[in-house]
Design a protein around this ligand. Sequence first.
Ligand code: MN
Length: 235
Amino acid sequence: MPRPLVAVTATARSETDADPVRVRLNAAYMDAVSRAGGLPIVAPPTDPGAAEELIATVDALLLTGGEDIDPSWYGAVPSPHLGRVTASRDAWEMALTRAAAERRIPILAVCRGIQVLNVALGGTLLQDIPSDRPGSLQHEQSGARADRTHRVHLAGGSRLAAIMGLEPTVNSMHHQAVDAGATRLAVVGTAPDGIIEAVESPDARWWAVGVQWHPEELDGADARLFAAFVDAARG
Ligand code: MN
């Protein structure tokens, strides 16, 4: 059986003034797709006009973690707590997401990815959890990336709960989150403080799941999530 081809998004930026612009991506995403039986290819920012062509040639889209999204994409002014943004990456990933939604190509959206998925389909974000929702849990954990630091309550009957169970404990490395969910998405996961941690497509014909944590750093139920994604890509 041929391996499904999975486009994995990456950023392109320089870290210092002396540094050339380089494509950057945590290799953990590639490894997670490979372990699940998929063939990952890196899709760094290029002409957004080419997004439909790329989507037409792949079986699935993995939207990865990274920078904040420019709030102009959802009609908000920048918070003083907004982090770094990369305009080329925003434009490319919005175009990829809309093209994939149009064709109902499977999407797994991780961390920044759940935010891109939500904004591309018309939703909004919290720009900075500590200042927008004082008293929330610590969502930027200080330990190792694979440490599981807070629970997520998943909705019974959701695609995600069927894969992971109702109360997974996950890692957390984010200061932004989904605020208003897009109409094509259902909110299916929240942290104990009410911060949105998971969304999915309620359309049985379109496998699209967004998670605010980093399953590519985890095993067990999170490896099953990648397996389910690659299975959807085969369909
Ligand atoms: Mn979290």
